[in-house]
Design a protein around this ligand. Structure first.
Ligand SMILES: [Zn+2]
Length: 371
């Protein structure tokens, strides 16, 4: 019975210019008994593409689970199209505006009231909030994806409910005036490097070495990104990890939870994973990659330990970072990038006519310097 179970994961293209996003469709189970999950919908345009894709390749207009990893619009927008056009069983998303009375103490400003905080969260995260409104209108049940919950066969490894409520939400709100508008904000200490990211064509390249990651441990990403729902499919033959825009903190917590709760070391068992945040250098460190992808291998090892997919827009100059991709390759991962095209990974699923093998991203002899 078990051995007939398969899974396919499709990363659809999202965005243009330097704007990347995620639109991911997953189908798993056995013939005649498949489940469909959408994990992020990208822009409205990629939402339309997801709907067409599910109808055409999965042969259904039903999606069992829609998951929004985090409220940024490059991940949430297209989900409204999926909710509008397909029959959706469950919507899984966080609703930070529901918790304002619990977290008011985190804010020093005594003038903030429960309602004003809730309203501000709704306003700032409007794309996500409008998903909730749409689901209510369509009577689609909404659940919140916190650590330990199951979405079909997938398990939420992060965020934990307390971390989300008492740390992350106040990070969303802490300093709206410090944030630039746009999808990929970084917290105050990183504004300079985030400006550097924006003019990445000026970022100097340095020679890379097989034996050395150039990633840093002291980087951080936004609280919104850290709130990304990390999903784990523990299927024994083919474990899978979806990471959204999660950063180092969330990935560490996910690895720890998998170990303490399920006695599994992710790096030993994973067969497929998503490179977080379109391959940004602000979301991974060498030590977190050791825990999830594995230790660096000998260059001549030649063994592929896992497949990693990264989603970046076709013209993106900053996603994915060579430094990040090289660090995955050093650990035996084969990395594939959407770069404006749909890409598919499948295990034990029917062949899909017309889809041909794709070449993995090669190890790069140069990486971006940090100065
Ligand atoms: Zn993103």
């Amino acid at each position: 019975m078990e051995k007939n179970i398969g899974c396919e994961i499709d990363f659809l293209p999202v965005g243009n210019g330097d704007k990347s996003g995620d639109a991911i469709a997953v189908r798993y189970g056995s013939l005649g008994n498949y489940k469909v999950m959408v994990y992020d919908g990208g822009t409205k345009e990629s939402g339309e593409a997801l709907v067409d894709h599910i109808r055409k390749y999965y042969g259904t207009s039903r999606v069992d689970y829609v998951v929004n990893s985090h409220p940024d619009s490059d991940h949430a927008s297209g989900l409204s199209v999926v909710l509008e056009e397909l029959e959706v069983g469950e919507l899984w998303m966080h609703r930070p505006w529901e918790y304002s009375s619990k977290i008011l103490n985190n804010f020093r400003d005594g003038r903030i009231t429960d309602n004003s905080l809730s309203d501000r969260l709704k306003e700032n995260l409007y794309t996500a909030y409008s998903l909730e409104e749409l689901a209510k209108e369509k009577q689609i049940p909404i659940y919140e994806p916190f650590q330990g919950y199951r979405i079909g066969e997938f398990i939420v490894l992060s965020p934990g409910r307390n971390w989300y409520l008492y740390k992350l939400i106040s990070g969303f709100e802490k300093s709206p005036e410090q944030k630039e508008t746009g999808e990929d904000n970084f917290s105050l200490g990183y504004i300079l490097s985030s400006l550097n990211e924006g003019i990445s064509y000026l970022t100097s390249l340095v020679n890379s070495s097989w034996d050395l990651d150039t990633l840093r441990d002291d980087v951080e990403t936004t609280a919104e990104n850290e709130s990304s729902v990390i999903l784990f499919w523990p299927f024994i033959n083919h474990p899978i990890l979806l990471t959204g825009d999660a950063g180092i903190q969330a990935l560490e917590k996910a690895a720890y939870f998998a170990e303490s709760e399920f006695k599994v070391h992710l790096h030993k068992i994973l067969k497929f994973m998503q490179v977080p945040h379109h391959g940004s250098r602000h979301n991974v460190s060498s030590s977190v990659l050791d825990k999830i992808v594995g230790m660096r291998k000998d260059r001549n090892d030649g063994k592929t330990s896992k497949i990693a997919f990264v989603s970046s827009s076709k013209e993106s100059t900053k996603h994915p970072r060579k430094a990040v991709i090289n660090s995955f390759i050093r650990r035996g991962a084969k990395v594939f990038n959407t770069k404006g095209k749909a890409i598919r990974h499948s295990f034990n699923m029917p062949k899909r006519p017309g889809w041909v093998p794709l070449a993995p991203v090669q190890f790069s002899d140069e990486e971006e310097g940090w100065d």
